[in-house]
Ligand binder design. Sequence first.
Ligand SMILES: Nc1ncnc2c1ncn2[C@@H]1O[C@H](COP(=O)(O)OP(=O)(O)OP(=O)(O)O)[C@@H](O)[C@H]1O
Length: 281
Amino acid sequence: MLSIQNLSLQIGGRAILKNLNFELSPGQKLALIGPNGAGKSSLFNVISGKIPFQSGRIYLNQIDISEQSAHQISRLGLSRSFQTSQLFPRLSVFDNLCCASMWRTRRTHATNPGKGYAFWRRLSGRKEVIENAEHILDLLKLHEKRQVYPVHLTYVEQRCLEIGMCIASDAQYILLDEPTAGMGQHETRLVVNLLNWLGPDKSLVVIEHDMQMVFNFADQIAVMDQGQIIAWDTPERVRKDPRVQSAFLSPDLFLKDTELSPISSHAKLSRNGAARLEGDE
Ligand SMILES: Nc1ncnc2c1ncn2[C@@H]1O[C@H](COP(=O)(O)OP(=O)(O)OP(=O)(O)O)[C@@H](O)[C@H]1O
C-alpha cells in the first residue's frame, strides 16, 4: 500500500499540494488527471523523493519514506518515469532493458545478501534477465532496434524504451508521467498493451491527458485540481461526476467509444472544458 497523509508542499511560498490524502492499494491501476498546473507532477516528485515537502507523511508498504532519498525509495520498490528520456546512452536498446532487468534480480535477491550483486556473472547465464528483456522488447515491437543506441532512436521509440525499462525493473509501484506524450495511435496502443501486461501484484499511477488512453487501462481515476484531489472513483463514475465534467471534461468525450481511434487518441484535457484535438488552438 502507498499511503499519503496530509501532504502539503509549498514552493517559493506558494501552496502547490494542499493537505493531500492518497491511498493506492496493491494491484490498483490509477490514472491521475487534471488541468495543467494542478500539481500532478509535483505529487510524483514528492512521492519519489525528488523534492522535499513541508508537512505530512508518505508510507510505502508501511515504511515511512517521507525523508528517504530517491535512491532509497527506488530500492524499496517504487519506479518512476519522467517526461524526458533518461536512458543509458552507451548501451544498446537490449542492454538498456537488461540493465533494468538486472535491478529486478537484485531486488528479488534482497533477502539473500550478496547474491543479487554478483555482476561478475556472465549476463548470458542470467536467463531470467534475458527473458524479461526479450519479452518487453517484444511487447514494444523494438526488435529491429535491438542493437541500436538510444541516440539513434526516434523520440517516440526512446519514450517506449524508457517506459519498458521502468516496467522491466519489476518495481511493485510504478509511476508514469505522461507516457504517451507525443505518441501516435500505434505507439499509444503498444504502451497500453505493456500496461495491461502488468500483473495484479503491480500498482500503477499514470499521469495522462489522453482520455482514451485512460479508459483503456485504468480501473480508477483520481482527478486533481489546485493541489487537491477532488474526485477518485471508477472511470464510469468519474465520467458521470458533474463536478468533474463541468470542470475538466467535455461531456461529448464520454459519448465516444473508448477504444483507441485515430482522432480520439489525440483528445486532450484542458481547463474550462474540455477536450480539444491536438493542433487546435
Ligand atoms: N520548481 C518549481 N518552482 C516554482 N513553481 C513550480 C515548480 N514546480 C512546479 N511549480 C508550480 O507548481 C504548480 C503545479 O505544477 P505541476 O507541474 O506539478 O502541475 P501538473 O499538474 O503536473 O501540470 P502539467 O499537466 O502541466 O504537467 C504549477 O503552478 C507550477 O508552476
